[in-house]
Design a protein around this ligand. Structure first.
Ligand SMILES: NC(=O)c1ccc[n+]([C@@H]2O[C@H](COP(=O)([O-])OP(=O)(O)OC[C@H]3O[C@@H](n4cnc5c(N)ncnc54)[C@H](O)[C@@H]3O)[C@@H](O)[C@H]2O)c1
Length: 319
C-alpha cells in the first residue's frame, strides 16, 4: 500500500503549523509553504512553543525526538519547490473558497502524477474543489482538530470521485502519525466535530455581540455547567484564531442569509481583529495570555459580597 513519506502543508497558520510539526515529530518529511516570510516566521515561533510542550510530561518527548522533528521540517514561499517531492499535500489556507480554489489551480501543474491532496477545511466540502485540483480521484478531506497533540482525531471524508487507493493511503498516514481516523462516508459540511462546534461558538458570540452577557460570564456559565472542561467558548475562539472564526462567520452568514452571523463577524473584526487581538498565538484575543483570566483560581468561585454592586450594575439596562 502507498506510503506517505513526504508531506507538504499549504498554509502555515494555526492548523497548518500544528499538522506540520506533529507529522514531522511522527517521522514524516514536511515542507511548509506560505505566501509570506512573515507567516513562516510566525509558524516557526509557534512550533518552538509546540516543541517545548512536546518535551513536557503529557507527551514526554526527548530532546533527541524534538531535534529530529526539526531536522525533518523545512519552510518556503516557493510553491513549485514546496510540492515537487510531495506524496501528500494538505491544504490549510484560509476558509475562503476563492483562496482555496486559486491555490489548487496554481498547484495542479506542479505536482507529480502520484501526489495526493487533502483539505483541512473546517466547514466546506471536497466536491466544491475537486475539479480545481485537476485530480479528483486523488483528493479528499482530512480534517484535524486544534491542539493536535491531545485532540488526536482526524476526520476523513471523500467526495463521490475519490479513489479507494487515496483513502487507503491517507488512512494509513493518519494511523502512522498517531491519529484516530473518524470515517465520514457521506459528504457533510462540518463532518462530525464541526456539526456542533461552530454552532456553539456562534451561539456564544451572539450573546456577546448583542450585549446579553460578558465574554467572561459566557465562559463561566459553560465551565460551571461542564465542570472539568479546560475552557469555555470564548477561550475556544482564541485557540481557533479570530481570523478563522471571522472567515467561517462571513462565509456561512452570506450562504445562509443569516444577519446575526454576519453581525457576529463584524463584531469580531472591529472589537478584536482590528485591534490585533487575533487569538492565542498572538498572546491576546478575548483573553490575554499566557495567564488567561479563566485559569485564575477564583474564576468559578462564588463571588464575595463586595462584588454585588458591580454585578447588579450589569443587570440594569444602559440608558
Ligand atoms: N483554527 C482551527 O482551529 C482549525 C481547525 C481545523 C481546521 N481548520 C481549517 O484549516 C484551514 C486554515 O485555518 P487556520 O486556522 O490555520 O488559518 P490561519 O489564518 O491561522 O492560517 C492560514 C494561513 O494560510 C496562509 N495563506 C493565505 N493564502 C495562502 C495561499 N494562497 N497559499 C498558501 N498559504 C496561504 C496565510 O498566510 C496563513 O498563514 C481553514 O480551512 C480552517 O477552516 C482550522
Amino acid at each position: 500500500m502507498f506510503q506517505v513519506n513526504h508531506l507538504t502543508l499549504l498554509g502555515s497558520g494555526v492548523l497548518g503549523g500544528q499538522i506540520a510539526w506533529h507529522s514531522a515529530f511522527k517521522g514524516k518529511h514536511v515542507v511548509v509553504y506560505d505566501i509570506s516570510e512573515e507567516a513562516l516566521a510566525a509558524c516557526r515561533a509557534a512550533q518552538a512553543q509546540y516543541a517545548a510542550l512536546y518535551l513536557m510530561d503529557e507527551i514526554g518527548a526527548s530532546e533527541a525526538d524534538v531535534a529530529a522533528a526539526r531536522q525533518r521540517l523545512s519552510f518556503t514561499t516557493d510553491l513549485a519547490g514546496a510540492v515537487a517531492n510531495a506524496d501528500l499535500v494538505i491544504e490549510a489556507v484560509p476558509e475562503i473558497p476563492d483562496v482555496k480554489t486559486r491555490v489548487y489551480q496554481q498547484m495542479a501543474p506542479l505536482l507529480q502524477a502520484h501526489t495526493l491532496i487533502a483539505t483541512n477545511s473546517s466547514t466546506l466540502l471536497p466536491s466544491d474543489f475537486a475539479a480545481a485540483t485537476g485530480r479528483p480521484d486523488k483528493y479528499c478531506a482530512l480534517h484535524y482538530a486544534n491542539y493536535i497533540w491531545s485532540a488526536n482525531l482526524v476526520e476523513i471524508m471523500p467526495h463521490a470521485k475519490t479513489a479507494r487507493a487515496t483513502l487507503e493511503a491517507v488512512t494509513r498516514f493518519a494511523i502512522e502519525t498517531g491519529m484516530v481516523p473518524i470515517a465520514v462516508g457521506t459528504e457533510h459540511n462540518g463532518y462530525v466535530l464541526n456539526s456542533w462546534f461552530p454552532a456553539l461558538l456562534n451561539a456564544a458570540q451572539t450573546l456577546v455581540t448583542n450585549g446579553i452577557a460578558t465574554p467572561e460570564d459566557v465562559d463561566r456559565t459553560f465551565l460551571i455547567a461542564n465542570r472539568g472542561a479546560r475552557m469555555g467558548p470564548m477561550g475556544m475562539m482564541d485557540v481557533v484564531g479570530m481570523k478563522t472564526v471571522y472567515d467561517v462567520s462571513m462565509h456561512w452568514g452570506h450562504v445562509r442569509g443569516d444577519a446575526q452571523q454576519l453581525a457576529n463577524a463584524e463584531y469580531i473584526k472591529t472589537h478584536l481583529l482590528d485591534k490585533g487581538r487575533t487569538g492565542l498565538l498572538a498572546g491576546k484575543g478575548y483573553y490575554d495570555y499566557p495567564d488567561p483570566a479563566y485559569e485564575a483560581a477564583d474564576f468559578l468561585a462564588v463571588p464575595p459580597l463586595s462584588k454585588l454592586p458591580e454585578i447588579v450594575d450589569r443587570l440594569i439596562p444602559k440608558a
